[in-house]
Design a protein around this ligand. Structure first.
Ligand code: AMP
Ligand code: MN
Ligand code: MN
Ligand code: MN
Length: 273
């Protein structure tokens, strides 16, 4: 089976590699099809030098943030036309939301732990999109927490003061942008949301009703049991299946192209790409 990775990040969002370095790493790992899916931005594609593609098919993508019933949810848009007005407008709206949100997060953290150096946070974010991982790194630097995982546990994770999500566009809107840009909307990493399987099924029903067509059945490292359960859900809902490492950096996250086996019962989303 071809090595496919349809979920990855660069330093334009919260990854560590430049777009070209990410492509080089993917090639070195034998990946044949890659989507760069930065959080709420498609700027990575402007930096890619076409010469670096050879042997590797690039599928234009994005990972959009939203919330559903109070849970932060991510939707990956794949095979988009990056020139389309809908995705340009959508991403611009999310980028503005992310910038405003960063100010809110900084204020909330300041109340809790003392002054936050916003310029430093922006520097950590390479002066591009600011996300919670950049705040986490800053809290470590300040000596407030000993590592980023504690920063999420105490300040930035689900339901904590730094988990600001009311700024994002609604689920139907973000799916609409993707569909109007000629792409397919895929529910990202379904196991990452803290919810029961009943609720997860309801999320998928709403996602499908809004025009969503796929779900990540393989995401990063997961057990065979988890993959099998997601595969059954995918088939039951009549969705196409996607797979992606959600690669951010080589030390912490699953490596680019390194995923568990793709379940044969599922219909791959990339078949005609
Ligand atoms: P944001 O896009 O600003 O909402 O930040 C979300 C990102 O934070 C995710 O895409 C992950 O890269 C990262 N993240 C989420 N939870 C954790 C965690 N518990 N530990 C480390 N990183 C996390
Ligand atoms: Mn991330
Ligand atoms: Mn995500
Ligand atoms: Mn991701």
């Amino acid at each position: 089976m071809k090595k496919i990775d349809l979920h990855s990040h660069t330093l334009i969002s919260d990854g560590t590699l430049t777009p070209n370095d990410l492509v080089e790493r993917a090639k070195a790992k034998g990946v044949e099809m890659l989507a760069i899916t930065d959080h709420d931005t498609v700027d990575a594609y402007e930096q890619l030098s076409p010469a670096s593609y050879d042997g590797l098919k690039i599928i234009p993508g994005v990972e959009l943030s939203t919330q559903w019933r109070g849970v932060g949810v991510h939707v990956v848009g794949l095979n988009l036309s990056l020139d389309s007005a809908s995705i340009k407008e959508g991403v611009a709206r999310q980028e503005k939301a992310r910038a405003d949100r960063a100010q809110i997060i900084a204020k909330r953290l300041t109340k809790l732990v003392g002054p936050i150096d916003f310029n430093r946070v922006s520097e950590i974010a390479n002066h591009s999109q600011i996300g919670r991982p950049h705040f986490a790194q800053h809290l470590v630097e300040l000596g407030v927490v000993k590592n980023t995982s504690t920063a999420f546990k105490k300040y930035l994770g689900d339901g904590k003061p730094g988990d600001v999500k009311q700024c994002w566009a609604e689920l139907p809107n973000i799916i609409d942008w993707i569909v109007k840009a000629g792409g397919v909307a895929v529910l990202a990493h379904p196991l990452k949301y803290k919810m029961t399987w009943t609720k997860r099924s309801a999320l998928l029903d709403d996602f499908i009703a809004a025009g969503g067509r796929g779900m990540e059945v393989v995401s990063g490292q997961q057990t065979k049991q988890e993959t099998d359960r997601l595969a059954r859900l995918c088939v039951e809902k009549g969705l196409l299946a996607s797979c992606g490492s959600d690669f951010h950096q080589s030390s912490q996250w699953s490596d680019i192209g390194a995923m568990s086996a793709f379940p044969t019962v599922c219909k791959p989303i990339w078949l005609d790409w």
